[in-house]
Design a protein. Sequence first.
Length: 418
Amino acid sequence: MVESAALLTVDPYSRAFQRDPFSTYAALRAQAPVYQVPGAEFHIVSSMALIREVLADPTTYANSVTRGRRTPPPPEVADEVERIRAQGVPYVPTLNGSDPPDHARMRRLVSRAFTPRALEWMDPVVTQIAVELVELLPRAGTFDFIDTLARPLPIYAICRILGLPPGLRDDIARWSDAATASLAAAPMDPQRWIQTEEATLDYQRAILAVIAERRSAPGDDVLSLLVQPDETGETLSDAELAWFVRELLVAGNETTTKLLADLVLRMDDRPELWRLLRDRPGRAADIVEEGLRLASPVHGMFRRVTRDTVLGGVPLERDATLFLSFLSANRDEDHFDDADALDIDRPNTRSHLSFGRGIHVCLGASLARKEATICLVELARVGMLRVEKGLPLEFAPTFLLRGVTGLQVRIDGLVGEG
């Protein structure tokens, strides 16, 4: 394997790549599965085998990454950005930015809220929210699927699960956008930087107030559990909770929203899947799992090389940064037959990497699956969604969280009619 190919030039920050990275990734897998991005400080790793190799060795490939993950603020607003940040909570690495032993401690303290037993009570919560949102969908005319269902569903659910005041629902999308604005994205303009930092400070003030309330008067929600000491008497600090909850809000919102939108797009010409959902709602889980493989809502993760090593025949120096493309691995022809096809009977679908693997596997995977599965079942009760033709699809300006930003659809009668 070679580090680069003479005729292959990849720019993950380009809008063309963000709209359609699939043919580029196929070329990378074939020609340069460990590829140094020109002018950037990271390599892209694109094959299933090599990404699994990295994920299986968290000692050599660390999760604490300082380069490549985010773009820095431009010099003209750097001082103002620091002034705003100084008013809030200093950054504390949580699950998505830490390594053992800190990662093990954090995961132990938060995973008690995400055990199978702890998740059971969330089923009726998610179902009620999905039923109410689907009932509000217009039965005639077009509507934006993301604004009316795909985004509100996970936001409303996580608000209820965490015990956040309903008045914060409208703020969560804004806070989530601020959290991801500089994530694997082209440089933002100075004014946008100030807006995102002010939104982050706004979030911190709001969540710290809720944390203080839960410490003094716990309720029956996840945040009330997280503020309590564990069996060893250890507790999470306010800063750790603030950054972890933000991570949870962003991951929950982005994953479910992008997964549902991508599934509706893929099912637009597959009416038999809508009929299957109506007649056999138990198959919804299979549709969601294959949808996760194809959508890969979180496109991938960064890793830092901790020692000189070789990956796929490519020498890597200590402190080199890797981007592990789960999106590419999930379409690896050496692992999945007819990898670009939506096949809900695929025998190895669950071997996908959409939620990662190993010690850093996504903590909220069960909740995301639950939200998407329940949503599809409720949608199939009222009809099949058809995407409006002829409208351009706009994709988020990042190669890390790929997905459409809007999706005009209509309900096409009851499933099986017409």
